[in-house]
Ligand binder design. Sequence first.
Ligand SMILES: NC(=O)c1ccc[n+]([C@@H]2O[C@H](COP(=O)([O-])OP(=O)(O)OC[C@H]3O[C@@H](n4cnc5c(N)ncnc54)[C@H](OP(=O)(O)O)[C@@H]3O)[C@@H](O)[C@H]2O)c1
Length: 327
Amino acid sequence: MASFLKVTLFGSSNSKATAFTPATDIPSLAGRTILITGGAGDLGRAAAISLAAHGLPAHIIIADLPRDSAAQETALSAIRSALPAAAQESVKLSFLDLDLGSLDAVADAARRFREVAPEGRLDLLVLNAGIMPVKAGTTRDGYEVAFGVNYLGHALLARLLLPMMVETQKVQGDVRVVVVASEGHSMAPKGGVVFEKVKGDCKDMTYFRRYGQSKVALIGLAKTLAAEYPQLKIAAVHPGRIATGLGKTLAQDSKLIRYTGFLAKYMTTTLDLGVLNHLWAAVSPDVQSGFYYIPVGILDKKTIIEKDTTLAGRLKEWTDNELKGRY
Ligand SMILES: NC(=O)c1ccc[n+]([C@@H]2O[C@H](COP(=O)([O-])OP(=O)(O)OC[C@H]3O[C@@H](n4cnc5c(N)ncnc54)[C@H](OP(=O)(O)O)[C@@H]3O)[C@@H](O)[C@H]2O)c1
């Protein structure tokens, strides 16, 4: 509870934030293909809008929970209608059905990505989708649901798309993965990830410990993938605290969050500010691969992934074992 209150009340310190202005700091992304998971959600949509408006990439693919074609079009037009005319005309927007809560569905999405993006390249992958479920539960494959959706589904998606990204890097040198973690990593259980329990519902943990555990694993994912793919830039970010769909879902299931909801406006920032760390990690030349950043562009080496030098390796070993035969 103490870690939950500390994060809720004080959050990460960002007094030394890097100045980042999307209109002038996002360079030309001409010709590039970008995939954003959770791109129909608030931060994902805000990232898509800024990257499209200021970088004019060739193609942005929004990957989010499956929906019918009318609902897909609604999600895409929420982005398109926020763009200036030049971006509306030149940036192709597509929707890719993706359910991170099923490893088979993730594999299917990676296969369909090649149909949705026949250009056969991927320059930027933003692993942004995320959930913070109050009720304990498991994914279709039996993993704790926050861990399965936030971490394991993303780990498989990245594994399946990285070979294409490596090929893209040979043509266009700056290829990246942005892993959206959270300051909530500090609410994880002792040890960061309880490997013996994540194949199960972890119902003896509070929901914020389960969320924290999934975010520790995402910071570990950035570290291990960066070591394996030195030709790419792979960094984890915390966006800040923003009133988004995540909080609305949380409020539905948590009395505490509902009763304290009136305080949210004093504790949250705007979407425009909240998306800056995503954007910074997507384009800044200053990103150091393998590390976790708090807003904006502040290197944070105080996570358990940095402190316990064996954790990222144990996470990779566990993950390779669980995903064996899938990539
Ligand atoms: N907001 C904050 O203060 C904050 C702070 C720290 C970190 N973050 C992180 O920022 C990221 C973006 O969250 P957000 O704040 O923008 O919340 P959001 O508006 O709820 O967006 C999350 C998106 O992920 C999608 N999603 C949920 N389950 C999925 C699944 N199984 N497969 C594929 N997509 C799925 C959601 O789809 P539906 O809407 O259809 O469910 C939604 O579009 C998350 O990783 C979150 O943990 C947010």
